[in-house]
Write a protein that binds this ligand. Structure first.
Ligand SMILES: NC(=O)c1ccc[n+]([C@@H]2O[C@H](COP(=O)([O-])OP(=O)(O)OC[C@H]3O[C@@H](n4cnc5c(N)ncnc54)[C@H](OP(=O)(O)O)[C@@H]3O)[C@@H](O)[C@H]2O)c1
Length: 271
């Protein structure tokens, strides 16, 4: 499995996203994904499926080979809340440790130094192996790296060809952080895009595979979600071909204003 390296931590380049997967279906897909070769599973407290994700990981019999990511929700970033909620996550997952623990969204009402202090404590106390962030802007990446006593290995952000994330990616790279792309097939809308379909046809691949390959070829880790077993294989197989420089540039041209899919307006806002 290809990996993205950050500060000595190796993140498998293709993982399974699990937002909206629930119950037995979730556990079954996680187990199946690992059997097919996935080595990174992404969940969060907010997805309400940590129990099933843990079940699927344990059932695969390959727990030691798999990176399990979970995230602390923005309303629980004050140190005492964070510590309690991480312990709850681990109890839900029923795993030995959280491999990668992320701050799900920043919360301007809690000083970042306090949140990251608590995240570091969780690492020191053996609840998490590595820590990182998600949905951090350039300014927050700068601040986080200044105040964190522990290395922050990644920033998980929305990224796909329809959204320009060059500035945030440059800031992550400057600080040696891996970028993990969420909604990497634009919630399924890569399928049906004329350019991605055309390039896919030339390679005997689907538009979703071209979309994912465009990301992985840039050294970006991806966590596509699917509820269909056959698509687990399809999405993993994005690693089996190469896009030309010309194709990479053409796809980059799809970025547009308003290309963001995930709405930030629900999350705690800066004044
Ligand atoms: N950190 C954050 O704030 C944050 C925010 C959003 C998401 N995430 C994480 O990122 C993961 C992925 O993002 P996402 O779930 O928003 O969107 P996504 O992975 O871009 O898209 C998922 C959608 O695409 C469809 N799909 C999957 N494979 C396909 C294929 N090969 N061809 C055509 N359609 C395909 C799926 O439908 P089927 O089920 O029918 O295949 C599903 O409707 C999430 O599950 C979650 O783990 C994190």
């Amino acid at each position: 499995m290809n990996v993205v390296e950050a500060k000595g931590f190796r993140i498998p380049i293709v993982g399974l996203g699990t937002w909206a997967l629930r119950g037995r279906e979730c556990a079954r897909l996680v187990e199946q994904a690992i059997r097919l070769g996935y080595r990174h599973i992404d969940t969060a407290q907010m997805y309400d499926n940590e129990r099933e994700v843990g079940e699927g990981v344990r059932a695969s019999g390959k727990r030691n080979e798999v990176t399990v990511t979970t995230k602390v929700q923005p309303t629980l970033l004050a140190p005492r809340d964070l510590e309690r909620s991480v312990k709850e996550s681990l109890a839900q997952l029923q795993l030995d440790v959280i491999d990668l623990l992320l701050v799900h969204w920043p919360n301007p009402r809690v000083p970042l130094s306090e949140t990251l202090g608590a995240m570091a404590k969780m690492k020191h106390e053996g609840y998490a192996n590595q820590i990182g962030v998600s949905n951090f802007t350039v300014a927050l990446i700068e601040e986080a790296n200044k105040v964190s006593s522990e290395p922050l290995v990644c920033n998980q952000i929305e990224y796909h060809p329809f959204l320009d994330q060059d500035k945030v990616i440059a800031a992550c790279r400057q600080h040696g952080m891996a970028v993990i792309a969420y909604s990497p097939i634009a919630r399924g809308s890569a399928k049906g895009d004329k350019l991605l379909e055309r390039i896919g046809k030339a390679h005997g691949k689907t538009a979703a595979q071209v979309c994912l390959r465009w990301l992985t070829q840039q050294g970006i880790a991806v966590i596509p979600r699917t509820s269909k077993v056959e698509r687990l294989e399809e999405n993993l197989a994005n690693l089996e071909f190469e896009l030309s420089d010309a194709e990479m540039n053409e796809i980059a041209g799809l970025a547009r204003r308003g290309g963001r899919i995930v709405d930030w307006s629900w999350s705690p806002q800066w004044d």
